[in-house]
Design a protein around this ligand. Structure first.
Ligand code: ARG
Length: 266
């Protein structure tokens, strides 16, 4: 995770961003620390990367890579404003002892590549190119399922869908695991694919999706989720998950939430 020392809305590369909206930096910092403490309090280890001045979106660590089986598939950012983040994160991974395999195509890490069960769900349409999906499949040797995003408010897959977590063999799940998602963010064909793969998915409302409810992180039991996504929180609780609400409202101003701020090292 990357602390929001230099966080601001300095440019607009998604519909959430308005450069006229000031960010309350002390509040952003408190919210970010609350998330760090929530992870630690639930038994997760959190490591941090030093923020770099002039890279305000570096707080969205999820976009920097996809890490699975200890292998790092590094990002190649869509927006010129974010491209320098790739080198900063690659440096962190190298110092932590990982080899980084950089994507040759535009790819925004866990923003668009979401592991679920034995599969990787992969978004395209606004940021990550579908050629990066093929690269990721070759690199990880796991089936990559391409999904088309059609609503610019949900420009990254992780704004419209999250993995409910847990082992695919842990009962109740399939090879593809299980997910929560907002169907209208996807093309008709992709919706059909999701319906087929996830007959038991948690379906989110537009209201909960717009509250960044799908930008959540589940460890298979606890779901770190935006408190504004009330319907989703109820659904998750009914299914036996333990919702852990953490408010990242300052980060919503840049189009990100809990999951965006978190790079998972698998
Ligand atoms: N301002 C950032 C961008 O538009 C937000 C990224 C949010 N991250 C995410 N994983 N969806 O690139």
């Amino acid at each position: 995770m990357c602390e929001p020392r230099y966080f601001e809305v300095a440019y607009a590369i998604n519909p959430w961003m308005d450069t006229g909206t000031p960010v309350d930096l002390p509040l952003a910092r408190d919210q970010w620390l609350t998330l760090v403490e929530a992870y630690r309090g639930h038994g997760h280890t959190v490591e941090t990367i030093a923020p770099v001045a002039g890279l305000p979106d570096m707080v969205f660590a999820a976009n920097a890579a996809l890490v699975m089986d200890g292998k790092v598939f590094g990002s190649s950012f869509h927006a010129p404003e974010r491209q320098p983040e790739a080198a900063a994160y690659a440096q962190w991974f190298k110092e932590a002892g990982y080899d980084v395999h950089p994507s040759r195509s535009v790819c925004e890490g866990e923003g668009d590549l979401v592991p679920a069960g034995r599969y990787v769900l992969a978004g395209t349409g606004f940021r990550t190119h579908s050629s990066a999906h093929r690269e990721a499949q070759e690199f990880f040797g796991r089936p990559v399922i391409g999904l088309d995003l059609v609503d610019p408010r949900f420009y990254h897959l992780d704004t419209a869908l999250f993995d409910l977590g847990g082992a695919p063999d842990g009962g109740g799940g399939t090879d593809a695991g299980n997910i929560a998602y907002y169907p209208a963010a996807f093309s008709a064909g992709s919706r059909e694919v999701l319906r087929h793969l996830y007959p038991d998915a948690v379906i989110a409302t537009e209201e909960d999706a717009l509250a960044f409810g799908l930008n959540s992180l589940s460890d298979g039991r606890h779901v770190f989720v935006a408190p504004q996504a009330r319907g989703l929180i109820d659904d998750l609780a009914h299914r036996g998950y333990v919702p852990v609400p953490v408010d990242l409202s300052e980060f919503h101003k840049a189009g990100g939430g809990i999951k965006c701020c978190t790079q998972e090292i698998r």
